[in-house]
Write a protein that binds this ligand. Structure first.
Ligand SMILES: [Zn+2]
Length: 337
């Protein structure tokens, strides 16, 4: 099978071809696993963190990719949930304890980091960590729901907002544009305020129904009950804290932060940014339940994912673009047969 393989940790500022197109044997599903013929795989910012070593794979080489859509090709022994031909998705959680805290437990294994992922024509996954995909979505539309959508949904839950509260988001890419649509559905009286440095992203947010959109350093017209940060940087975190009302919560939806602007944290004033019981909470990974709940919800809304597509063999260009260019919505690789 064709696959894009990561064999070494590199900086994308120095190397623009971190992955290599290779031909590998089709993997065999172990007992309890399904083999999936992949049709689409989203490109997530976490892949940059893997390639550049911020969350390095424990062993190399590895096939990245954790927003996978495909069809069940073959069943391992004792699989009962699936039949060949059924359309399924795979997210960041490849396997874990199955308990409610499986996203933070030591058994957590990440798709495309701890085990081979979806930048390939085939991959395997435990049957319990594959999900049915609602018919509403094409393969391309469905791919970003598996991470950008589902982890964003977890972040939205962790804000603890109730209907009518004011919600902010700093950064407006693959995840935030799905969270905005989800928030409007779950909390119809909640107004959303978007902070983004790219004018096109601000315009896109307003098109999707945001109440207001400003630059990263702007003050929102009202103080907000919660803000979700989907950026890799620190400046948006510090600036967002100024827009939180007392007891407000900032949820950082990122597996890793980059260090490039870490000095910006020296601008934190306890009085201005944190006092009055303002708090910061991170989002760690995702549970099977988050993804299982989010997919039918996304179909019910229905969310409309904005997607830029690349071919599998163009994965390097997709990654470099994700790092260096403003991208409208999410990025997806199409794996044709
Ligand atoms: Zn992801």
């Amino acid at each position: 099978m064709r696959a894009m393989l990561l064999s070494r940790i590199v900086s994308l500022d120095e190397v623009d071809t971190p992955l290599e197109l290779v031909d590998l044997p089709v993997p065999e599903p172990n007992p309890g696993e399904v083999l999936i013929r992949v049709s689409a795989c989203g490109v997530c910012h976490t892949e940059l963190d893997e390639i550049e070593g911020r969350t390095a794979p424990p062993k190399l080489p590895i096939i990245p990719g954790h927003e996978v859509i495909g069809r069940v090709e073959a069943l391992g022994r004792s699989v009962t949930r699936w039949k060949p031909g059924e359309r399924v998705g795979v997210g960041w959680i490849h396997s874990s304890s199955g308990e409610s805290d499986e996203n933070v437990c030591p058994k957590f294994q990440a798709t495309g980091r701890d085990t081979n992922g979806g930048y390939a024509e085939f991959m395997t996954v435990p049957e319990d960590y594959a999900y049915p995909i609602p018919d509403t979505f094409t393969d391309t539309q469905a791919a970003p729901l598996l991470c950008a959508g589902a982890v964003g949904f977890r972040a939205l839950k962790l804000t603890n907002i109730k209907d009518g509260d004011l919600l902010g988001m700093t950064g407006f890419g693959g995840s935030a544009h799905l969270v905005l649509q989800t928030a409007k559905h779950l909390f119809p009286h909640t107004k959303t305020f978007i902070f983004a440095r790219d004018p096109a992203a601000r315009e896109f947010a307003l098109q999707l129904g945001a109440e207001w959109a400003g630059d990263t350093t702007d003050r929102s017209p009202q103080q907000l009950h919660a803000i979700i940060d989907t950026t890799p940087a620190w400046k948006p975190v510090v600036e967002a804290l100024k827009n939180l009302r007392p007891s407000g919560r900032l949820v950082i939806n990122a597996i890793r932060k980059e260090d490039a602007d870490k000095d910006y944290l020296l601008n934190v004033s306890y009085h201005e940014h944190l006092w009055m019981e303002r708090e910061i909470k991170s989002v760690a990974n995702v549970t099977r339940r988050d993804i299982s709940e989010f997919l039918p919800l996304a179909a019910e809304i229905p969310v409309t994912p904005e997607v830029q597509t690349y071919k599998l063999e163009e994965a390097n260009r997709a990654l470099v673009d994700l790092k260096h260019r403003p991208i409208k919505g999410a990025t997806v690789l199409l794996i044709d047969e």
